[in-house]
Each structure stands twice: as C-alpha cells, then as structure tokens.
Design a protein around this ligand. Sequence first.
Ligand code: MN
Length: 329
Amino acid sequence: MPSAIEQLRDAIAGAQTIVISGHKGPDGDCIGAALALRHGLKSIGKEVTVFSNDEVPKIVRFLDPGGSVIHLATESDAERAGQGQWDLGILVDVGFTQRAGRAEPALLSAETLAVIDHHEIGPEASGEIRIIDPSASATCFILSKIFRDIGLSVDKNAATCLLTGIVTDTGSFRFRNTDEESLAEASELIRLGADLPRISEEVWDSRPMSAIRLLQKAFYNLKLLSGNRLAVTHLGLEDFVDAKDEDSEGIASEIARIEGVLVAAVFREPHSERVRVSVRSRGDIDIAEVCRKFGGGGHKNAAGCTLTVGVLAAMERVIPELERCLESS
Ligand SMILES: [Mn+2]
C-alpha cells in the first residue's frame, strides 16, 4: 500500500489538469499553499487552476501579482467551474470539500481528490488521498516538508508562498504551535529564497485604515467577563459599511493579548444575520470544542464558528459556553 505522499506523487505525475482550492474565507496559509502548489506544478508543465470562494485577502495579494486565483463570486461561476474536467483536485488547509464553498463542484468533478490539511478532521474527511497532520503548525509546513517527495521543486516564489503560510498560522512564530520543526523549515525556505522581510511587511505592517477603524471599535466595545479572564467584543453590521470582513482579521489575537485574559472572543456581523465568531485561548483551554458545538471548529487555542443570527443573539448563545469552558478548565 503506497503512502499518501506516494499516492499524491503518482496522481500528480499522471495528471495534466489540476484544480486547487482552500477553504471559504481564505487565509495566508490556505492561499500560500494553493499558490506554492501552483508554482511547483506549473514548472513541470501542468495546467493548474486555483479557485477561491472569496477574494484573496489583501495581506497575501502580493503572492499573486498576476491575479491567478479565480474568485468564484456567484453560483453560476461555481456551476461553470464544476464543468471543467479535472484530472486531479487538491483541497488545502481544510478537510471537507463543502468548506471550499463555491469551489466544491470543481473539486468534486476531479477524477482524484487529494486533501492536505493540519486540522483535526477525523476519518470522514473528503478525498481519496489524505495528507493530514494535526500536529503541524500550518498546511504550508506539511507541504514544504513533502514538496520534493511529491515531485515538485521549491523555487523562490514557492518558498515565499510556503513561508507566508507558516508565518501567518504561527503569528510570526509567536503562537504555541511554533515548534522547532517549523523554525527549521522556515530557515530552509529562507535558504531557498523566501522573502521574509517582504512577508512581514505585507502581512503585518500594511493594514488599511478601515481595519484600524474596526480595531478601534472593537476596543471600544470590549468587555471583560468571568473575573477578567474572558475578553469579549463585537462588531455590528453598521461597522462594516466602510469595511470588509477581512479587515477584522487579527482582532481576536489583539484582544487576547490582555494580561490575565485566558479566552478572547470577537463576534462580528459583516453580513446581516451571519455572525462570525473568532476565539483565542491560552494554555490547555480547548475552545475548538466550544466552537464545534456551534458547527465550527479549529485548533485548541484558535477556533471559530458562524451563527445565522444577529450579533447580540450570537453573543447570548456563545458567551455562556465560553464561561463554562473557562470554569471547567
Ligand atoms: Mn492553516
């Protein structure tokens, strides 16, 4: 029985057309992984298409100056994409095709589907080929480790894409998932030409004013609960008139920085009655479990969920669960 890595290597070797997508609400890891694969696959002559349910977030747009990621904005885009006959589909940074949103039909139309992910997803994950390692700091870390084994070579551009995923998912090597291996892999990627100063500049130090305004509002709405161990804030529909949801990226981590706070949650309603909740925790407090109760998921210390109610109703439902989680740990 060939290993999953061997299976993917063979599937790539045998494929001419390849479709790639990450999850809805793409982040640096998911876009970095998709574009690194695109670079590697194109350099060996494959026809590669990268789809995304949502636009590439601004912080990682520098990875795709040619705009190669195709944004599937409507259901008819999704349908058309699903008619392309792909030899191989690759889903990155998520375990279920459903979470690829409008890119799902394209992935499902592929003859073979591979999944590369670092989330805790269980045996019911999508794909015939699964390369899944929940202990990995980032999907880009996994990908970087296996890149050569699946028949691809890491050029400068691919190295920058891969390092971007590791940098964003580890918060520039500050989060608890930062391990010796991630640092070693990052070092190897820098040796291969990855541009770390550029990544840092684009990812952390190029925030649009609209994002700072959201942060301002989030701090204004900040409340400390459960004996100052739970920090909660919210952004309502009206706060997103001049801002996009991606502008609220990073607010949860910002709130979680407060001394003594063990759990931090941001509730935001960028679209009416669709509240996205981002939760961060410290130490052994597993907030992914709380998010799973609401149909979401993630990692022990960084997770999220979406509720189809207004922002205040979402807070009423989730906050007691977070308080319970704090009390029991
Ligand atoms: Mn990731």
